[in-house]
Design a protein around this ligand. Structure first.
Ligand code: UD1
Length: 377
């Protein structure tokens, strides 16, 4: 007999997406377990988010840690398979596009456990990104697809997904942002870091920007030029730190390198900033709601709605300073209407669909047991 549903989280961007779904399911009385794969294990990338977001401690921790993509994904698959064979689940909920997401989707598909994918349908159409592979595979396998933007629905429809599998629910990451809005005060964190009133925030860790000396060198040169305009604070993700330092990040007087920040500190810093320079996915969305200009150092984005309905603009290392000048001069305006359904209630919509689905599944099972009494033995 399957027991409670399982949420699989593992990496920093998962935590703020899962929090509102867990909260909304709790208020509907749905039984749930939280499983942390351990993809991210540092206090700064994981533990601080549990405290900041008031997330329950994981019921199950796989503790897989770092490795190559294959090693990390495989380690999660082996450990998760054992957990789900030991105690099956009626549904596994996966989030975003990280290795923990694809690993769980594959394991569940082979065990015959349905999955729900929160943040389905995003496409950068760039298969050199590991996240794009993770999105494509997870969406192909998931039974319930929860979509944050109209383009996501179009992408899935183009891939042949039927209307019954996809649900346009809005953005749970924005639920978390809006719930904590009153806590985002830039002043204490700005003072603690010794920043001037006008500053920009940089966060850059994508393989295309930081994994080769050439790319990292172009990036550091671009930050050096941008730093002639205003002070930049850069909370550095561990994956790029060594490479960026080897090409001179630490020598830039106007770029202040700091450790990764917790959720409340980081969003507070963003809220008070004049602009953000990033290659993150989630920050494109958060700046759209906060009304802070976002310069995304990537050739593409899986979140085009943050450009059409938000503050985002794609830039290259060569165009960064010009774009920053536009942003600082007020030339990068934010549209009057934000993305539809980014209203703080996505978690509730997701929970309502899941609760209804579980109820329907439960009655189907009971009916089939009554029809063939030996089936349940
Ligand atoms: C992952 C996600 C990425 C997301 C990012 C947010 C995938 C494919 N990518 O990338 O989409 O934007 O998380 O942070 O899942 N490390 C530590 N401590 C940790 C975790 C990682 O030092 O707690 C270091 C390790 O050296 C590791 C490297 O960071 O090799 C990369 O970590 P990994 O989890 O593989 O991917 P991220 O780059 O963090």
């Amino acid at each position: 007999m399957p027991s409670s549903l399982v949420h699989v989280v593992g990496a920093r961007p998962n935590f703020m997406k899962a929090a509102p779904v867990i909260r909304a399911l709790r208020s509907l009385g749905v039984e749930q377990r939280l499983l942390h794969t351990g993809q991210h294990y540092d206090t700064a990338l994981s533990d601080v988010f549990f405290t900041d977001l008031d997330l329950p401690q994981p019921d199950i921790s796989l503790g897989v840690g770092s490795g190559s993509h294959a090693a990390q994904t495989a380690a999660i698959m082996v450990a998760l398979e054992a957990v789900l064979i030991g105690e099956p689940a009626p549904l596994v909920v996966v989030y975003g596009d990280v290795n923990s997401t694809i690993a769980a989707a594959i394991v569940c598909a082979k065990l015959g456990i349905p999955t729900a994918h929160v943040e389905a349908g995003l496409r950068s159409f760039d298969r050199s990104m590991p996240e794009e592979i993770n999105r494509l595979v997870t969406d192909a396998l998931a039974e319930l697809l929860f979509v944050t933007s109209p383009e996501g629905m179009e992408n899935l429809a183009r891939e042949g997904v039927g209307d019954d599998r996809m649900h346009f629910v809005g953005n749970p990451m924005i639920d978390t942002l809006l719930v904590h809005l009153d806590r985002f005060d830039p002043l204490p964190v700005r003072e603690r870091l010794g920043l001037p009133e006008r500053y920009a925030v940089a966060t850059l860790h994508r393989p295309t920007n930081v994994d080769t000396p050439e790319a990292a060198g172009r990036l550091v040169a671009a930050l050096g030029r941008a730093g002639t305009r205003l002070q930049i604070v850069f909370p550095v993700h561990p994956r790029g730190r060594q490479m960026l330092e080897s090409v001179g990040l630490g020598d830039l007087a106007s770029v202040q390198v700091v450790e990764p920040l917790g959720y409340i500190d980081f969003i507070s810093l963003v809220r008070g900033s004049a602009a953000v320079i990033t290659d993150s996915g989630g920050i494109q969305e958060e700046t759209t709601i906060l009304g802070v200009p976002c310069l995304t150092l990537r050739a593409n984005t899986e979140r085009p709605i943050t450009i059409t309905h938000g503050t985002n603009r794609l830039v290259s290392p060569e165009t960064l300073t010009g774009a920053l000048d536009d942003a600082l001069g007020g030339a990068q305006s934010s549209p009057a209407v934000g993305p539809p359904l980014w209203d703080g209630h996505a978690g509730e919509r997701i929970a309502a669909v899941i609760a209804e689905w579980l109820g329907r599944r439960g009655s189907e099972r009971r009916r089939s047991r009554r029809a063939s009494p030996s089936a349940g033995r």
